[in-house]
Design a protein around this ligand. Sequence first.
Ligand code: SF4
Length: 493
Amino acid sequence: MTQSENPVIRDDDDKLHEECGVVGVWNVTDAAAITALGLHALQHRGQEATGIVTHDGVRFHAHKGIGLVGDNYGDAKVMAGLPGTRAIGHNRYATTGATLLRNVQPLFAEFEFGGLAVGHNGNLTNAHTLKRALVRRGCLFQSTTDSEVFVHLIAISLYATVLDRLIDALKQVQGAYSLVALTNDMLIGVRDPLGVRPLILGRTHGADGSGPGWVLASESCALEMVGAEFVRDIEPGEIVAIDRGGVRSLKPFVPQKPRFCVFEYIYFARPDSIVDGMSVYAARKRIGSELAQESPVEADLIVPVPDSGVPAAMGYAERSGIPFELGIIRNHYVGRTFIEPTDQIRHLGVRLKHSANRPALEGKRVVLVDDSIVRGTTSKKIVEMVRAAGAREVHMRISSPPTTHSCFYGIDTPERGKLLAARNSEAEMAALIGVDSLAFISIDGLYRALGHQGRDAADPAYCDACFSGDYPIPLTDHAEPRDAQLSLLAELA
Ligand code: SF4
């Protein structure tokens, strides 16, 4: 196992963060290398730690490390220790500074039916409740990840086959998850019943010459990276079991109306991905166009807050007819630093990541386009920087509705009280950030940009809980009295 010592200065501290990306491959030459490349394409979904488990036909092999994919799998010795034609891999985003190696996925356990490695993207909303019951039954938890809940539920299941045990476990969990698992003779992919988190299936050349190779991944950009062809999205509530016989599809859950995470289109997914049948890049441009239609402003320039604001700013510029300019330049080499992140360095904040393009901004009325405002701290600094570079007016347009609620489905969000939009009106936010005007896309406008008539309040097409407070999956753990949660945490410590 390897462990990087380098500290990380996040380059997007004031954003919501995806908590994980997953990859699984079956019957491909150099499964570990293909998995590592797929994880590299999914690096935006988690930068703190990564792990790969392979199977060589006889036994499992594993590597887990803190840091980026490139920090871990650039070492030939590490790759030589991961032989086989089947693998699963995971990128992790952790909410605390110290990522414990024991929390890094995939998790691995030996059962009577053989070994099982599991990695997932998402969050279980009844994990604490299940953990309490499992601890009382004598289960010993070695990590604090929800994946270990799956492992224990599978261990105590009375069913005979691994698939039946997994289904038994999945029927007890609530939450949003996309899961990949590897057994001695099978690769498994699962998407939660509402399909909140994404998972796709791709096909590539088979290692044994007798059949295709298969790839599961959080996003299609991972398939592009490894030269695999997109086959389809795994359906909400679907389990795919891939073995020598090919791909089998199981649908053990009661069918429900899907509620895919709308924020994947706004910010999380990579713009070159196709998510649930829609180009993320095209969706973001349409959202920007809708925003221009809803909230026009007299200005000289449309300037994206890079990188995530770029497609929406292009859409806004096209619709408004105002020129698009790169008025803010992003430094791409900030994420990992050789400097200890002292308070003084942190104070430099936004200037480490973004700099104003003074010649473009001087004397201009500027519309800054960004994807979201979370705490508002970065927005305020960017506005100060753009004004200091000579902009005459600074307006801000946001390609998401106001983020008023926390996410409990696998996205790291500050508690509700820290969300700027939860505490302030639009006018108050404009004053706090220091802009001449501020507007967010409406929730109906967002739905229109994604091809709907608007938001059907009785039956929304997406999960949009961080904008609406309408949580489609019960928040069982959060309904517990606080002292019950604290006593559970003490039990688990
Ligand atoms: S609450 Fe927001 S970020 Fe979380 S899954 Fe729903 S739409 Fe996505």
